[in-house]
Each structure stands twice: as structure tokens, then as C-alpha cells.
Design a protein around this ligand. Structure first.
Ligand SMILES: [Zn+2]
Length: 288
């Protein structure tokens, strides 16, 4: 955080320097854009082929082949979900929250994509519907589906609580789910767990101090966030112990609800769509 009282005096041209207008780091106009109309048309006559219920304070995995769709659905009550994505056959290619944030902003919605980590950097999934798109940004600067938080984890909790042990943070839930899927010990599996898309979570940064905040999620049963898988995916979703994240997480105090994942097989993939290949960079890094 910035000092309440700076230790160094402002230079004479401070106002000029601070008055420079910002420029967007990554103008998205340069990115390959998804043909959303074609994606949405492919939903016509699709079949619901799998449903996974994620119990409160637990995580579950699910598989979605390229060109298929999945929805994360609110059931029973307001609940936040922490989503990890992996290439189905390659644990090393996973969701890159930081670059997704740099490309699409702090909070995702329809048309935005979840990008994979370096050296892959290709779209893993595209958001095709968001029933909370009406929320926009509130008066506090908050919004839903952020890529600014990380995932609640027992290490941060131990630091802040004087060493308390809590085993149902999203990091641990995702670790157990990934461990079960790949038959790995927890200590090996947790190395693959990564920063998440905070589905339905309402977050922002305070204007005064720039601190990460959360507030009660506006999600209600029946709401969903829908994606099309750009590559063969393994997803892992945790129903956060924070519930609607109105008060606290990393404990069993909050009211928690399950989340449902639905997987849909379209009759045919979107017209004109091709699963993205490897990134165009040659990976030589300038080395002779
Ligand atoms: Zn969590």
C-alpha cells in the first residue's frame, strides 16, 4: 500500500506528471475475435451430456472436449466458485489469470476468453453467456467474475491467523480434486493448482488504498456463466468456503451452497470455428 504520508517531497512538475492520460496496454482490437454469433448458433439443439454437482467447501473436476460448451450454474443459494482450467492431456498448459486480466480487464464477461500460460498462450475457453452481465460495475468499483484475486489458500490463512490449520480453502479443494483425477499425492497435485477465475464473486479494489475487497455476490439460483471449450479441457471447480463471500472465507462460518456444472454437446461445432493451434512465437528467445 502507498504511504499515508509520503517520505519524499513531490517534485515541482508533480501535477504534470500525474496528469498524463493512460493508454491501454493491450488494445484487444488486435486479438483474434471469437465469432460469437456462430458460437451461439451452435447451441441450437445441443444435448446436456453431463452434470457435476460440486458440494459446498469441496471441488470437482469435469471434462469438456473442444467445441463443446459448459455452464457453471448457481443452485440453492448465492455461492462463489473458483475455476481452474487445464489442457485435458497436459497439466503444464493451464489458465493464465494475469495475462487474461491484462488482455480483458479485471472482470470477465461475454466474448472474453480464458488464456493459457506461457509458452502456450492460446484461448482455452470463450465466455458465450453471462446472466450477471447486467451488474456491470457498482458504485464501489466492484464487479463479478474477477481475475484479480488468486484463490483462498491455507498458507495465507496460516499467516494471518497465527498458524491455524484450515483444509477447505479453494486451493486445498482444487488440490484434492486434481489429485483424485490424476492419481497424484496432494503435495504433487497442489503444484498444478493456479490462480482462478472467481466465478460469481463480487470484488474490486478500494479507491483510497487500492486494497482487494469482496462483497456479497449478486448471484441467485438459476444464474449461470457459459463457456465454449476452445481446446480439450479439464476443469476443476471449487465451491468456496466463503459462500457468497459477503463476510469471510477460510473458515466454516459462511453459509455455503453447491454449484452445478453442466456439459453440453452441440450437434456440430460452430460454423467456421477451428480449435486454436500453438502460439505463433518460435520460442528461440533470440538465442543463436
Ligand atoms: Zn475460495
Amino acid at each position: 500500500m502507498k504511504l499515508e504520508r509520503p517520505e519524499h517531497p513531490a517534485p515541482v512538475d508533480a501535477a504534470d506528471r500525474k496528469g498524463i492520460r493512460p493508454v491501454i496496454c493491450y488494445p484487444v482490437e488486435g486479438l483474434p475475435r471469437p465469432d460469437l454469433a456462430a458460437y451461439r448458433a451452435a447451441r441450437e439443439g445441443w444435448s446436456l451430456v453431463a452434470e457435476v454437482l460440486v458440494p459446498p467447501r469441496e471441488a470437482r473436476t469435469f471434462e469438456v472436449p473442444a467445441g463443446w460448451f459448459f455452464r457453471i450454474v448457481s443452485v440453492e443459494g448465492p455461492q462463489v466458485g473458483d475455476l481452474n482450467l487445464f489442457a485435458a492431456e497436459n497439466l503444464g498448459e493451464r489458465f493464465f489469470s494475469g495475462k487474461t486480466r491484462a488482455l480483458h480487464g479485471t472482470h470477465l464477461s461475454t466474448g472474453d476468453r480464458m488464456w493459457s500460460c506461457l509458452p502456450h498462450l492460446r484461448p482455452m475457453a470463450t465466455i458465450t453467456d453471462d446472466t450477471l452481465d447486467w451488474y456491470g460495475f457498482d458504485a464501489f468499483g466492484g464487479s463479478v467474475h474477477d481475475v484479480i484475486g488468486t484463490r483462498c489458500d491455507p498458507y495465507t490463512h496460516a499467516l494471518l491467523s497465527g498458524g491455524e490449520q484450515y483444509h477447505h480453502c479453494c486451493h486445498s479443494n482444487l488440490t484434492r480434486a486434481v489429485a483424485d483425477h490424476w492419481g497424484l499425492p496432494a503435495k504433487a497435485a497442489e503444484l498444478h493448482v493456479h490462480d482462478v477465475l472467481n466465478v460469481f464473486m463480487c470484488t474490486g479494489f478500494t479507491r483510497e488504498t487500492g486494497q482487494y475487497f469482496m462483497k456479497a455476490s449478486p448471484v441467485r439460483p438459476g444464474d449461470h456463466l457459459e463457456f465454449m471449450a476452445e481446446i480439450d479441457l479439464l476443469g476443476a471447480l471449487s465451491a468456496c468456503p466463503g459462500g457468497d463471500c459477503s463476510a469471510e472465507h477460510s473458515s466454516d462460518v459462511a453459509a455455503c451452497h453447491p454449484l452445478k456444472v453442466q456439459v453440453f454437446r452441440p450437434k456440430a461445432p460452430p460454423v467456421g470455428w477451428v480449435s486454436p493451434g500453438p502460439n505463433a512465437y518460435d520460442r528461440s528467445h533470440g538465442q543463436e
